[in-house]
Design a protein around this ligand. Structure first.
Ligand SMILES: *[C@@H]1O[C@H](CO)[C@@H](O)[C@H](O)[C@H]1NC(C)=O
Ligand SMILES: *[C@@H]1O[C@H](CO)[C@@H](O)[C@H](O)[C@H]1NC(C)=O
Ligand SMILES: *[C@@H]1O[C@H](CO)[C@@H](O)[C@H](O)[C@H]1NC(C)=O
Ligand SMILES: *[C@@H]1O[C@H](CO)[C@@H](O)[C@H](O)[C@H]1NC(C)=O
Ligand SMILES: *[C@@H]1O[C@H](CO)[C@@H](O)[C@H](O)[C@H]1NC(C)=O
Ligand SMILES: *[C@@H]1O[C@H](CO)[C@@H](O)[C@H](O)[C@H]1NC(C)=O
Ligand SMILES: *[C@@H]1O[C@H](CO)[C@@H](O)[C@H](O)[C@H]1NC(C)=O
Length: 624
């Protein structure tokens, strides 16, 4: 429901205006040269102009690379200027032909990054209608681009993420409403231990920026506009002057005096955010209200520095800070706590909003007027555990060997975000390995034409494989004999030939093995050595759908016992709020299939643009 940038209301009311020191924010220092920002000692930065076939430079001199080679999708004109890089004239979008999951895999060294995405849509990519979609970062669902996202003035979202696997993976997940779009991507390194919070490992969350405000600032700006230290991630600080309702009586104060401790490693901030403040009249409180989702964890950062010439001693200005009426900081006295004026004081608190749809940040005066220089509100999104590395690798290889059509997507992590499991894939959680693994593959009647590669043997937790009613070529991989968890295997109605691996017969749990391929021989079929006896040994008609060999019956009990020990992905997936509503197919994909009831599978919606293709299975069958 809540997305990154929100409107505000204010509860600030005051009876009269007393003018304090008001002076303009002046950017006196010379513009910092980009070369000094990108030197070897500087942070690692990647800026991508999505959909662009050329490299460009923004007004600050930063390079925006073309995005060819990162991902699929198509390019379209950008009809709305990108506030960060006005020279960018393209965006990238992912149509139904690209499948439901599409990712950028951006190579970066291990570290913490601010990842900012700028969104826009136009005529060519979405026929002028706002698309809705989800965005995940490193496998964790972070941004929900829900209905109304494009009404916000600043259509970008940012978050802080720790990347330790060699690449920042940013995926765009279709939710069935239009084509996901992205206009630019920035991956900007920040210090690993910035934003340290009590008793919590910062890197076990993606820090989704909900609000970042420079109170009392004349205008909003990026870190580079504020000449911020580059290690700050070029954060965007929004002025609060647009957040107050007309008629609200609050005042802006500012100073040109230097603020000390504004950028003390690892907590790097632009000094400017401390050089202005919003204040009220004595004994008037100040509130900011942000719509949020309940039952989420929020990290609140308050930035203070005493810049008023009228507040010089401890106890001149004392206030409480509350979140939804609960005190998070009592008796804040900036001068007492910072020991002097013009010195930064940074406070943080982590709060759970469990019973409200909004987060109200309130400054309540105890002595004198309240004043706030800046604040940030992050939602702490718990990292979703990834899929087992070998499974992830095997699935990428399978995608190639099976020659799956592009409409499958099959990009990013197969099991996470849980709300966007790959089509045809069933996942289960292994608590001791804290990772997901693939336990089911349902690729039956999907027009799959490739071969079943040996990599299938890497899916060590695979229990059910149904890849029937396709035109698979070649032989059954020997490695399948390694799939010791396999319970159900259906390879019927394909063009598989050669012998069935003998070791399949040794699989302890295999209950159901269905094969109906005229070229096959071996276990339960015609003997492989006698070429002419095939017809005698098996007579398969189009209506004999399955040949069931019960290899083990007693082990069924053991199987269920083992199963009960594992968390079930499909249960979670069914209950997930963002269940996939769209899956599309190209011409060569057949749709004739029934839904399984006991495993999670995405809903199928046939694209009316494509005429039904008659089942090919009848032509593949018949007696041998
Ligand atoms: C993403 O990039 C990393 C590092 O370059 C690589 O190891 C990984 O296989 C890539 N993932 C995909 C899905 O391409
Ligand atoms: C945030 O607050 C916690 C507890 O109050 C404190 O331990 C931590 O040092 C603070 N972080 C910073 C960066 O000030
Ligand atoms: C602020 O500090 C810089 C050096 O860090 C100095 O050049 C400048 O004059 C100072 N400004 C004021 C108003 O003191
Ligand atoms: C879960 O992970 C543990 C540790 O890696 C492994 O020994 C075990 O076989 C796994 N269980 C399943 C069902 O994959
Ligand atoms: C595999 O899928 C087909 C439908 O495409 C279904 O008829 C068959 O029963 C499935 N096999 C098993 C073993 O469930
Ligand atoms: C089966 O697994 C073993 C052990 O992991 C491996 O050495 C062997 O090559 C695998 N067999 C096949 C056919 O992939
Ligand atoms: C199996 O089919 C492939 C082509 O799909 C062919 O190259 C191969 O010779 C066949 N093998 C056998 C044993 O018939």
């Amino acid at each position: 429901m809540a997305t990154g940038t929100m409107g505000y209301e204010t509860c600030a009311m005051a009876t009269f205006l007393s003018l304090l020191l008001v002076s303009s924010l002046t950017l006196s220092a010379a513009q910092m040269s980009p070369a000094s920002l990108t030197g070897s000692a500087g942070p690692y930065t990647v800026r991508i102009a999505c959909g662009s076939s050329v490299e460009t430079y923004d007004p600050n001199g930063y390079v925006w690379q073309k995005d060819w080679g990162f991902t699929g999708g198509s390019s379209a004109p950008l009809t709305f200027p990108n506030p960060k890089a006005p020279q960018i004239i393209t965006l990238r979008y992912f149509s139904k032909f690209d499948g439901p999951e599409n990712c950028y895999n951006i190579t970066v060294p291990t570290g913490r990054y601010l990842i900012r995405l700028f969104f826009a849509f136009g005529e060519q990519d979405n026929a002028g209608r706002e698309p809705q979609f989800d965005v995940s970062i490193e496998g964790t669902l972070v941004h929900n681009m829900d209905s109304g996202w494009s009404k916000e003035r600043e259509n970008f979202q940012d978050s802080l993420a720790f990347v330790s696997d060699g690449a920042a993976t940013i995926c765009f997940h279709s939710s069935g409403h239009g084509n996901p779009v992205v206009a630019s991507i920035e991956v900007l390194q920040i210090l690993d231990d910035a934003y340290k919070i009590a008793d919590q490992e910062s890197r076990s969350y993606i820090w989704k920026t909900m609000k970042r405000v420079s109170a009392g600032a004349r205008k909003s700006g990026f870190g580079s506009d504020f000449l911020a230290d580059p290690w700050g991630g070029d954060r965007y600080w929004e002025s609060d002057n647009s957040l107050f309702l007309p008629g609200s009586i609050v005042q802006s104060i500012s100073t040109v005096q230097n603020i000390s401790n504004a950028a003390v490693t690892p907590n790097i901030y632009p000094m400017d955010i401390f050089q202005s403040a919003t204040t009220t009249d004595p004994m008037q409180s100040l509130s900011y209200i942000l719509p949020v989702d309940n039952n989420r964890l929020y990290s609140i950062w308050i930035y203070l520095a005493e810049i008023s010439p009228f507040v010089v001693r401890p106890r001149d200005r004392v206030f409480d800070v509350l979140v939804n009426e609960e005190k998070i900081f009592s008796e804040v006295d900036i001068i007492a706590q910072a020991h002097r004026p013009f010195k930064a004081l940074i406070l943080n608190a982590t709060v759970m909003v469990d019973d409200a749809s909004s987060l109200e940040l309130t400054f309540n005066p105890l002595f004198g007027p309240v004043a706030v220089n800046a604040f940030e509100i992050y939602e702490l999104v718990p990292i979703e555990a990834p899929t087992l590395k070998t499974d992830m690798w095997a699935m990428q290889l399978l995608k190639q060997s099976l020659r799956l059509p592009a409409t499958y997507g099959w990009n990013g992590d197969p099991c996470v975000p849980l709300a966007h499991i790959w089509f045809g894939v069933d996942c289960r959680f292994n608590n001791s390995a804290t990772s997901w693994f693939i336990d089911g593959l349902y690729l039956d009647a999907q027009g799959v034409r490739g071969v079943l590669g040996e990599e299938i043997g890497l899916l060590s937790g695979l229990q059910i494989l149904n890849i029937s009613h396709n035109t698979l070529q070649g032989s059954i991989p020997q490695s399948m004999g390694n799939l010791s968890s396999l319970v159900v295997l259906d390879l019927s109605y394909n063009q598989l030939n050669s012998s069935i691996p003998v070791n399949l017969g040794n699989l302890p749990h295999l209950r159901k093995f269905v094969s109906n391929n005229e070229g096959l021989c071996g276990v339960g079929l015609r003997p492989c050595s006698q070429a002419n006896s095939g017809g005698k040994a098996v007579r398969i008609t189009a209506f004999v759908v399955s040949l069931v060999i019960v290899l083990t019956a007693g082990l069924v009990f053991l199987y269920w016992k083992k199963r009960a020990n594992m968390a079930r992905a499909q249960k979670l997936a069914r209950g997930a709020p963002y269940a996939k509503a769209r899956t599309t197919f190209v011409r060569d994909v057949q749709m004739a299939r029934t839904m399984f009831t006991d495993h999670f599978r995405p809903a199928h919606i046939r694209d009316p643009a494509f005429a039904p293709i008659p089942s090919q299975s009848s032509t593949l069958l018949g007696s041998t």
